[in-house]
Design a protein around this ligand. Structure first.
Ligand SMILES: Cc1ncc(COP(=O)(O)O)c(C=O)c1O
Length: 453
């Protein structure tokens, strides 16, 4: 195509540029092998329902809901129209000392889904921001009730809590920490629950509830009265689906109660239906003090996260503040952005109308059995799954993660898009999936996994 033609056809020009290594150079890609990608780019240009489409016209089944976001399928017109309407009505309003009605309406809606008692909602732009906000809430809450000595945090090995400095300090995934120095002091990590005896456990494994007692050791070692909060993903997601051992979360809750420590569930992945309940807190019948969320709250169509807090946390911080002044010195330029709030309201409407949570619950047993049908493949060393979230772990070949990355590319070429972490293939299809989609996902996985054995 000549230069003049390209100017006439900007879509074709973009497509050409995407195949030109030099045109790709300026974009520094996140969490990606930049050099390898730019040598062999794989680009999506369109999404619809369960499918993504590449710039060269191929169709891929989206087996990880983008990054666990697209619960209702791609390009939902209800969300797009709500965002457009909002951008044409009120595109932005300052979130500090002023607000707009949709922010309040969204908070009222969100608390219809959260566990009873978590009735106050602080909006942010992402999961990472939700985590750092929750850390600050924990510190501010204890200070407000005269326990400002509580400065320590506890999290867990293999945890992923986003990429801001607070979240990285809580993180238990080494590659997300090692390049960035010492981070925040005063964070202690419990052992992870990925025990060898739990391999190929369906749903919650039998072994490992006692690992929660690591928290008792930290209370003895550092003083329970000095710990502000414990952060856990109820099911470790990004690492590769580690459901909690039976009794584990209950035990954490009891230890936190005994020592006055706040329990925080990071539900950025598990929230909004992924486990067949609104939140993992309800799926496991354990209620934390704070829940962080993001991703599926807008179906991934707009960046939005939130922290749901127990009313007592909000009341304590707010009442300790001045009679007429800011009580919590925290917030973002894009907190409860009008277009993001509009997207979330449209999405929550879809959640209700299409009974997405119930659909996820109904499909989960079929999905889990289908994933476990891959257990006979020699390359597969473990499978873990709960709700509509699963991971297939393959034996490493070469450097850790090399086989996972190669498989991700092989699957892409076979028409399946999913996320990998190291040598774990993460499967988390949209909540609108039908059995036929699960069958197609598993068939493609079988073919790819058999080829690398
Ligand atoms: C459990 C958990 N917390 C936090 C985050 C960070 O969210 P974000 O990428 O929106 O900052 C993620 C992202 O995958 C996550 O899985």
């Amino acid at each position: 195509m000549g230069h003049a033609d390209r100017q006439l056809d900007p879509v074709a020009a973009e497509r050409d540029a995407a195949r030109d290594v030099h045109a790709l150079a300026p974009f520094w890609m996140p969490f990606s092998p930049n050099k390898a990608f730019k040598a062999e780019p794989r680009l999506f240009v369109r999404g619809e329902g369960m499918y993504l489409y590449t710039d060269d016209g191929r169709q891929l089944l989206d087996a990880s809901s983008g990054l666990f976001c697209v619960a209702a399928g791609h390009c939902r017109p209800e969300i797009a129209e709500a965002v457009q309407r909002q951008l044409m009505t009120l595109d932005y309003s300052m979130p500090f000392t002023r607000s707009h009605p949709l922010a309040f309406r969204l908070a009222r809606e969100v608390v219809q889904f959260t566990p009873e008692g978590l009735d106050r909602v602080f909006f942010v732009g992402s999961g990472s921001e939700a985590i750092d906000s929750a850390m600050k809430m924990a510190l501010a809450y204890h200070r407000a009730r005269g326990q400002g000595q509580r400065q320590l945090f506890v999290s867990r090995e293999r945890a992923y809590h986003g990429v801001n400095f607070g979240g990285v300090a809580l993180s238990g995934m080494i590659n997300n920490r090692r390049a960035f120095g010492v981070g925040l002091p005063g964070v202690y990590h419990m052992r992870h629950t990925g025990l060898p005896e739990n391999r190929f456990a369906k749903g919650q494994p039998e072994h490992g509830a006692e690992l929660a007692d690591d928290l008792i050791r930290f209370c003895s070692m550092y003083g329970g009265e000095n710990i502000a909060a414990v952060f856990v993903e109820p099911v470790a997601g990004s690492f590769g689906c580690l459901p909690p051992p039976k009794g584990y979360l209950e035990r954490l809750r009891a230890i936190c109660n005994e020592h006055g420590i706040l329990l925080v569930f990071d539900e950025v992945i598990t929230g909004w239906g992924r486990l067949g309940a609104n939140f993992a807190a309800q799926a496991f019948a354990v209620t934390p003090d704070l829940i962080t969320m993001a991703k599926a709250i807008t179906n991934g169509a707009q960046p939005l996260g939130a922290v749901a807090a127990r009313t007592a946390v909000y009341d304590t911080i707010t009442e300790a503040g001045p009679a007429a002044g800011i009580e919590f010195f925290h917030g973002y330029t894009y907190s409860a952005h009008p277009a993001c709030a509009a997207a979330a309201l449209a999405m929550l409407d879809i959640f209700r109308r299409e009974r997405l949570v119930e659909r996820a619950a109904a499909l989960a047993p079929y999905f889990i059995d289908a994933l476990f049908s891959l257990a006979d493949l020699p390359a597969v060393v473990d499978i873990r799954a709960i709700g509509l979230l699963g991971a297939i772990e393959v034996a490493p070949a070469g450097a850790p993660g090399a086989r996972g990355y190669a498989l991700q590319n092989r699957l892409f070429d076979a028409g399946l898009s999913l996320k990998t972490t190291g040598d774990n293939l993460l499967v988390a299809p949209p909540l609108i999936s039908e059995r036929a989609h699960v069958d197609a996902i598993v068939a493609r996985l079988r073919e790819a996994l058999a080829a690398v054995a």
